[in-house]
Design a protein around this ligand. Structure first.
Ligand code: BTX
Length: 325
């Protein structure tokens, strides 16, 4: 496994130039025969490697897969995604990440799958996660913070996702508080932040991100076709899912670093610049009832403030939001 990691690292750095079998063997600390075996494994996974006598190997093409090797190839982070668990099909990456987090997984561990058969949203709602066209991932973070800070991670993640979409497409996504990313008013990504904590400290935050990437409209079940969209539908072109994942991890790492250094204020400003609801009339359905009014913004803790007709300001910790009522 560590030979494979070194091999992928070497190919990442060579940026399409040839690497000789001997150079690869030296870098990975193994024989040329072992290198050849790993090259064959990569080919089986779908990587197209060119081998030229006296020059060596280079990667000329990679398929749209989200395997550990594919995500590692070209990933520019120091912590997030440095450990990757890939599975083709799982009930929910969230469940696997919870188990790993409870068993000593390191910070930044990524769980990713090609398909989820029981993907879930908030309040045990279903998250549709069809095979091979989305990004279904869970990220484990271990910040030294009290549990009350956890909801802020939904907002940090939302900013990271928006920035990543802006980087890989020409689209302009917006955030609907607290956890939806919309493009042209339709949902392209959902975020689910869960916690393993003691009363005074977080052990692990498990951030689930479900992003529709290469779906066409028929890939969605009938009941969400009018509310869901994908990057490909909006952009009019297919994207590399692995590149989307890498970009999310890179954006997330810089925002997380910024947050741990300077607190929530800089994130709040970024978040508000992308928010769809601020200043608009909205309806918030909470477990304690429905509140209508004008969305004023979020507090320093990431809580939504709504001013109702009587001028009373409500603080909303969790709700479903309708905008433009
Ligand atoms: P949510 O509760 O805000 O949204 C769930 C609602 O979104 C559903 O009731 C449905 O109306 C709609 N929906 C379901 N699937 C899709 C879809 N593919 N695209 C657009 N809308 C949809 C949002 O919850 C949080 C979702 C997190 C999903 C990730 S995927 C990786 C990780 N594993 C897992 O099981 N969940 C997370």
């Amino acid at each position: 496994q560590s030979i494979r990691k070194k091999l992928i690292q070497a190919f990442s750095e060579s940026k399409g130039e040839f690497l000789s079998g001997q150079a690869l063997a030296d870098i990975a600390g193994c024989s040329r025969t072992a290198i050849w075996k790993h090259i064959e494994e990569l080919r089986k996974e779908g990587f197209v490697l060119e081998a030229v006598r006296k020059k060596g190997y280079r990667i000329v093409n990679t398929p749209d897969i989200v395997t550990e090797n594919k995500i590692r190839l070209g990933l520019q982070t120091s912590t997030l995604g440095q450990v990757i668990h890939y599975e083709e099909s799982v009930p929910s990456t969230q469940k696997i990440a919870h188990d790993l987090a409870g068993n000593g997984a390191v910070e930044g561990t990524l769980v990713i799958a090609d398909e989820q058969t029981a993907g879930r949203g908030r309040l045990m709602r279903e998250w549709h996660s069809s095979l091979g066209n989305g990004v279904w991932m869970s990220l484990i973070l271990k910040p030294h913070l009290p549990p009350q800070k956890a909801p802020q991670f939904t907002l940090i993640t939302a900013v990271a996702v928006v920035q990543a979409i802006e980087e890989v497409t020409e689209l302009q996504p917006q955030i609907k508080w607290p956890n939806d990313i919309l493009i042209n008013g339709k949902k392209v990504t959902g975020i689910l932040t869960e916690l393993q904590a003691e009363s005074d400290k977080i052990n692990s935050i498990i951030i689930g991100i479900g992003m529709n990437v290469n779906h066409s409209i028929e890939h969605f079940p009938d009941d969400i076709q009018s509310i869901a969209t994908s990057l490909a539908i909006e952009q009019g072109a297919q994207l590399s899912r692995a590149e989307v994942v890498q970009t999310i991890l890179e954006r997330m790492e810089s925002l997380y670093t910024l947050y741990m250094k300077e607190g929530f204020t800089p994130i709040k400003l970024l978040w508000e610049s992308y928010a769809v609801s601020i200043g608009k009339r909205i309806r918030a359905r909470t477990i304690n009832g429905t509140i209508e009014g004008t969305a004023l913004g979020i507090t320093a803790d990431g809580v939504l403030k709504i001013e109702d007709q009587e001028g009373i300001v409500h603080q909303i910790y969790s709700a479903d939001i309708e905008v433009n009522i």
